[in-house]
Design a protein around this ligand. Sequence first.
Ligand code: ATR
Length: 272
Amino acid sequence: PDIYCVFGNPIAHSRSPAIHAAFAASTGEDLLYTARLAPVDGFAAAVAAFVAEGGRGANVTVPFKEEAFRLCDELTPRAARAGAVNTLSFVAGRILGDNTDGAGLVADIAGNLGFALSGRRILLLGAGGAARGVIEPLLAGAPAALSIANRSADKAEALAAAFSDIAAVDAGNFAKMAGKSFDLVINATSASLSGDSLPLPPGIFAPGALAYDMMYGKGETPFLKLAREQGAARCADGLGMLVGQAAEAFAVWRGVRPATGPVLAMLRAALS
Ligand code: ATR
């Protein structure tokens, strides 16, 4: 079989091997996908070793996406925009970098959840790598407006400036969003990892609004709990984005797009 893997640190709990095994089975593609722990200071060496073993491609997760971006010989436009790479292809001695995170998010929101982005007011929370990776795909959905709120306003403003050739993006700290309301609010912060709650101004959820957390876990995430309490009509966690980015990576490598519904159902069942 052709071999693929995911690099991360930590990586033991990655769902990617199970997801890609299911995709391979459903599409009849002959591939083997494993999880590989790379030392924090040894990502490039780990990639080189995998290429030497005949690896055809790899996914990249925390904390290596920016380093993967710098390692690539060639980038897709969406990876160049994202400033981060989650999908590597090893072709004829060259490393090609792509980023499928934004496509996975949009496929989940617009596809699985049936929430069209066109004409919607979107608020993106966070201005780190996770936020940056999804801005271009969100703007491609032709929303009415995109705002970025971040704990440190300067990072949100810098991010908005980086996309100003595509659209005017409003940016600031959380308090700056007071008095506005949004149809879609996406959490791309890592606040819940430190157990912190986000200072969402009241009233930001418009009637019918969808709250989307790029995080997921057993049970309701802290952001989705807060969103529900503040009146979000619909809530979704990031499990669908995880499966969506994997499906997009699989399509990049194999030229076949696997169905995501059954795999998402399998992961959801394993979480409950
Ligand atoms: P990632 O790759 O997950 O985006 P990152 O680049 O370190 O990681 O970005 C983390 C994001 O979560 C940032 O937007 C960060 O806000 P700051 O830019 O102000 O640091 C946000 N974040 C992390 N912890 C947070 C907290 N406790 N409250 C609010 N925002 C938080």
